[in-house]
Design a protein around this ligand. Structure first.
Ligand code: MN3
Length: 310
């Protein structure tokens, strides 16, 4: 079971420049092969499918707990996309003014045709996220190795999107996810070390660029966010501290567990979709047409109503 809170783990700054093409690039971090939908679904399925968990409880608890955190990451990326799309077309409901003409130049037409200028489960090219991105082999060592690789790939994608998109809303999300994704890389490395004795700390960081190079990530690293594993459950997943412990491979500072979830903030309010709002309210032209059809040319609607009741 999962408990849902109407909160996000960051407070979004207002976007500076609505940009459909920035939104399209950010989609890679939602529905791409290395996006947050993939991390969420990989760890979710691996936790469902975990056999022999009584013997390997700390590893099961770690994967299941990280799966829960990933839900908050798909939320963050989706809200970033929505914010980047808000205001990207002209307001108004007169279709003859071609209010959506600007969308013709957008990379992802689905944002404008198939959705209300909002996030979709697709990658940066509009390809739908798909279940083949989930790897759940039944072999713990292989799954952990995959998860380590997946998080490193996700980190690379985030860095590239950061280098493409300079909007503060996107960079706030990217800073946070670079830090939290970093903890997940460390977690899977620690799990592999505990399981096999291999020293993965020599691989860090992948890619080589440190989180310190990204200002929005640096401030969070300075607050120690990269050393904490939150427990996303009031009573369960209590043994992952048998894996999540020891020094951080980059900073040498201790890895710590925090009981409970990160501080939450209300999600940003989104204006109704400008070209096809629902409910739209009373449209004068539609009402006149409807009255004509119901009551003919009789201008006295009340007498027409009496006629209908007779
Ligand atoms: Mn994530």
């Amino acid at each position: 079971m999962i408990v849902r809170l109407d909160q996000l783990p960051i407070e979004f700054p207002k976007p500076m420049n609505p940009s459909p093409n920035s939104a399209a690039a950010v989609q890679e971090l939602l529905g791409g092969k290395f996006g947050e939908m993939s991390t969420l679904m990989n760890y979710t399925f691996q936790s469902f499918n975990f056999r022999g968990r009584d013997k390997m409880r700390p590893f099961y608890d770690l994967i299941a707990n990280i799966a829960a955190e990933e839900y908050s990451h798909i939320e963050l990326v989706a809200y970033t996309i929505n914010l980047l799309l808000t205001g990207s077309t002209k307001r108004g409901t007169d279709p003859s003014a071609t209010p959506m003409a600007g969308a013709l130049d957008a990379r992802n037409s689905y944002h404008f045709i198939a959705s209300g200028q909002s996030a979709m489960p697709v990658d940066s090219q509009g390809n739908p996220w798909n279940g083949t991105y989930v790897f759940s082999s039944g072999n713990l060592k292989l799954d952990l190795l995959h998860n380590f690789f997946l998080e490193c790939g996700a980190r690379a994608n985030k860095m590239r999107v950061y280098e493409m998109v300079d909007d503060p809303a996107a960079r706030a999300m990217l800073g946070y996810l670079l830090v939290r994704g970093g903890t997940h890389i460390v977690a899977y490395a620690r799990a592999l070390e505990k399981l096999t004795g291999a020293d993965l700390s020599k691989l860090f960081p992948i890619p080589d660029l440190s989180n310190q190079r990204f200002p929005e990530a640096r401030v969070l690293e300075e607050r120690n966010l990269g050393h904490v594993m939150f427990r996303f459950s009031p009573n369960d997943y209590k043994t992952f501290d048998q894996v999540w412990n020891g020094p951080h491979p980059e900073t040498g500072k201790p890895l710590v567990v925090e009981d409970g979830i990160p501080a939450g903030f209300p999600p940003p309010a989104l204006d109704e979709e400008p070209q096809l709002p629902a409910p739209m309210g009373l449209d004068a032209a539609f009402m006149k047409d409807a009255a004509q059809r119901l009551f003919g040319n009789d201008p006295d609607v009340s007498s027409a109503m009496r006629g209908m009741n007779a």
